[in-house]
Design a protein around this ligand. Structure first.
Ligand code: SAH
Length: 270
């Protein structure tokens, strides 16, 4: 980095994972030969990329910082593919990147923390979602992703991820494993698609919308929060769906399990 006069920018969440133990842990928990393409978001100087290239069938990396792109192109010749630009565009994943994703792909990365949650959720709700993700993110976000009902961490992120996937925290990482060390602790989280479970959700788009709506009033009961704030014509339908599913409207959103949310969405958007 000194050679190329690169100074790291906090705004882009530039904390390079330099501890080889954790880098190998990411690789060892990724079944890279199971997929035709491995997407890496935010390769930085290529610490993880270097291990991904020999282990994966094909690597596509997306990097926003031009200075890093220069370094990456010098380090890794084709077939390694580099997309210079933002992984996010217009609130979703960049369509120019999505176009490059085959049927069987995976996301493996030390993600830029400022866009980690949207990258994960948008990827999972693509028409061709990844077979698995093995990513480094902020520990607190990893805990939310893997959380169980009736806990403080359980919410939109937990339900949206667990609806069609299994989520597991592989390891927690102290700030000292990064250069420069971030203020927060990190974790490697593995998210694996469960096709059987995915089939249960009739309309993923509606499901996603419902989960966000219901959790908007986390501290209220379903009756006083979610139902009451729906447009009049939808209130009766919502109350009827809860009754049909034997979900007590006096419960709070965080007591609903993932299967509860799936059943509720299916009853409403059949
Ligand atoms: N994976 C590397 C670097 C992680 S730091 C390592 O562990 O060493 C996060 C990286 O994401 C930085 O290189 C940063 O420039 C890049 N980045 C930040 N926001 C981005 C975005 N919206 N799209 C693509 N890359 C981004």
């Amino acid at each position: 980095m000194d050679k190329c006069h690169v100074k790291l920018t906090k705004r882009l969440g530039q904390h390079l994972l330099v501890d080889p133990g954790y880098l190998h842990k990411i690789i060892n928990n990724s079944d890279l030969q199971e997929v035709d393409l491995t997407l890496e978001v935010g390769p930085g100087t290529g610490n993880l990329t270097e291990l991904l290239i020999p282990a994966a069938k094909k690597v596509l990396a997306v990097e926003l910082d031009r200075r890093f792109c220069q370094i990456l192109r010098d380090r890794f010749p084709p077939p390694f593919q580099l997309f210079e630009g933002d992984i996010m565009a217009a609130g979703g994943l960049n369509p120019a990147v999505v176009k490059l994703l085959p049927e069987k792909w995976a996301l493996v990365a030390n993600l830029p923390y400022n866009v980690a949650s949207p990258v994960i959720i948008e990827a999972l709700y693509l028409p061709n979602p990844p077979k698995f993700l093995c990513v480094t993110i902020q520990k607190e976000v990893a805990q939310r992703i893997a959380a169980h009902p009736d806990t403080k961490a359980y919410g939109v992120l937990s339900v949206l991820v667990q609806a069609a996937n299994r989520a597991k925290i592989i390891a927690t990482i102290p700030p000292g494993a990064f250069l420069p060390p971030p203020k927060v602790h990190s974790a490697i989280v593995k998210i694996t698609r469960d096709p059987h479970q995915a089939e249960q959700i009739k309309s993923p788009g509606h499901f996603r919308q419902l989960v966000s709506r219901v959790f908007r009033h986390r501290r209220k009961t379903l009756r006083a929060g979610w139902v009451k704030l729906l447009p009049r014509d939808q209130q009766e339908k919502a109350a009827a769906a809860l009754a049909e599913l034997n979900i007590d409207p006096a419960r709070r959103p965080e007591t609903l399990t993932v299967p509860d949310f799936i059943a509720l969405a299916n009853a409403l958007f059949n």
